[in-house]
Design a protein around this ligand. Structure first.
Ligand code: UDP
Length: 494
């Protein structure tokens, strides 16, 4: 048969930043097995990826980066800040992913026709690995007779809950006496609070934009040749099984993280993609070196989201009062309005910096945080997180318990998952009656519970059990290793 090098996969991530990291990590894994990988992105991502791809090529991996032509107007992203979208509208980023269909179709036609530089020199395409937010990719791939692989970058608990919620529609879900929404058969009954139901508005009807969006994606994704997901079987076995019953065979291949992430006490772990300037890693690690084991709370709301200015203030005051050591990734608030400011520091309460940072209670990171290195550091004992799926996998792999503080979309389902299902997190007390604010008292209390009380110690023990399972899944003979090997051999037999 042909050698691995004559097998070529094309990878197509969706528009947001969040999915690039697992996509690139997978690209590296596939290339390390000898496959040729062509990574296709829009202008948004060229600059953050070019250096990474060059470095990968220098280390002998055959990864190629190609830009597909598309204009800003064509994608019509408008204001991409998801915090400002009304519940009945389809967020611009999701809508933009659908508008990518035409440009990609054009691109593939030219690529396969040998019109693009470099495309002739590449081996014949074996398959297209496209994001699960790009359901249309199945139809486009089919036109060119290329098998489509659906890459699901979410957890299977969240995916399964979301599918059922939308099939039944939020407002038609049964409610308990205490007002909880009952999601049946996921495969068991799951009860969600109003807060956990936030992504799916209770007043939604079948013509709701988000409902229609997910229907289209699911219909498209069902036509995939294979489905792979960045999770591991042992983390959520019953939900993986459930997902497979509904959607067909799923190969779980995660956590997709750099190899150093699985070493004992690694010093530095560079993510597969950095989305910003990371100038503070040394300062941050040196500071952590001076702290006691498991004494520091790491605070980050991910790569896209930020919290409101009133929330920054409550968080700051509560954090200071808790006395906990902290590393806080501070972003410009979601509601700066027309206020003039020089940095996100301007939104901290008067005197906060001098009372905490200057007194060595904590440090603040304004740029791109070295999240993996921070989570791997023995001084880090808690993670206040928006519950993006990557954050969940990373904290599990590093054995750090969480304070779950979801802001948007499936983060609410992920929060339910880490709090109630795998029990590695406490839920931040968001006040529905106060625009989802967590008050200063709420912050102080929950930080103390996680960082100093017995309950926090229990969570830390529990997450360490999962840490061992995550490592076993990607070690030799582990479930994810076997699934990835199987997947690669299937590609090679195409
Ligand atoms: N990340 C990071 N530094 C930052 C912000 C984010 O390294 O300052 C990484 C983080 O480790 C994770 C990813 O970016 O791998 C964010 O993905 P996640 O699914 O947690 O959230 P999203 O940003 O997609 O909401």
């Amino acid at each position: 048969g042909r050698t691995a090098h004559s097998h070529h996969v094309m990878m197509l991530p969706s528009l947001g930043h969040g999915h690039l990291i697992p996509f690139m990590q997978l690209a590296k894994k596939l290339a390390a097995k000898g496959l040729t990988v062509t990574f296709v992105v829009t202008f948004h991502h060229m600059s953050s990826l070019q250096k990474k791809v060059d470095a990968a090529r220098e280390s002998g991996l055959d990864i190629r980066l190609v830009e597909m032509e598309v204009t800003r107007d064509e994608l019509d992203l408008g204001k991409v800040n998801s915090n400002s979208v009304q519940w009945h509208q389809l967020p611009p980023l999701l809508a933009g992913n659908e508008r990518l269909q035409e440009p990609f179709h054009r691109f593939l036609q030219r690529y396969l026709g040998g019109e693009l530089s470099g495309s002739l020199a590449a081996p014949r395409l074996s398959c297209l690995i496209a994001d699960f937010l790009l359901g249309w990719a199945s139809a486009v791939a089919k036109k060119f007779d290329i098998p489509r692989v659906c890459f699901d970058t979410s957890g299977m608990f969240g995916e399964s809950v979301q599918q059922i919620v939308w099939d039944v529609l939020p407002r038609n879900l049964p409610r308990t006496d205490s007002g909880r929404y009952v999601v049946p058969g996921v495969p068991k009954e799951v009860r969600l609070t109003r807060l956990q139901m936030l992504p799916e508005h209770p007043e939604a009807t079948t013509d709701n934009g988000t409902h229609q969006f997910w229907l289209r994606q699911r219909r498209g994704n069902k036509q995939s040749w294979r489905i792979i997901a960045n999770t591991f079987y042992e983390l959520e076995a019953e939900f993986v099984e459930h997902f497979q019953r509904v959607n067909g065979t799923l190969r779980t291949i995660g956590p997709l993280l750099p190899p150093e992430a699985f070493e004992d006490r690694p010093r530095r772990i560079a993510p597969a993609v950095e989305m910003g300037l990371n100038t503070e890693e040394d300062k941050c690690l040196d500071w952590l070196d001076a702290q006691a084991e498991a004494s520091v709370l790491y605070i980050s709301f991910g790569s896209e989201n930020s919290i409101a200015s009133a929330q920054i203030e409550e968080l700051a005051i509560g954090l200071e009062a808790s006395g906990a050591k902290f590393v806080w990734v501070l972003r410009t608030p979601s509601d700066t309005g027309s206020k003039a400011f020089s940095s996100a520091l301007d939104f901290l309460p008067e005197g906060f910096h001098s009372r905490t940072v200057e007194k060595k209670q904590g440090i603040i990171i304004l740029g791109w945080a070295p999240q993996l290195s921070i989570l791997a550091h023995p001084a880090t004992g808690g993670f206040m997180s928006h519950c993006g799926w990557n954050a969940v996998l990373e904290t599990t792999t590093m054995g750090v318990p969480m304070i779950a503080w979801p802001l948007y979309a499936e983060q609410h389902f992920n929060s339910k998952f880490v709090v109630d299902e795998i029990q590695i997190a406490l839920e931040a007390p968001q006040r529905i009656d106060q625009n989802f604010l967590v008050t200063r008292d709420g912050v102080e209390r929950i930080v103390k519970v996680l960082m100093v009380e017995e309950k926090g110690r229990e969570l830390r023990e529990r997450v360490r059990e999962l840490k061992a399972l995550a490592r076993a899944a990607v070690a030799e003979g582990g479930s994810s290793t076997k699934n990835l090997d199987l997947f690669v051999s299937e590609i090679m037999s195409l």
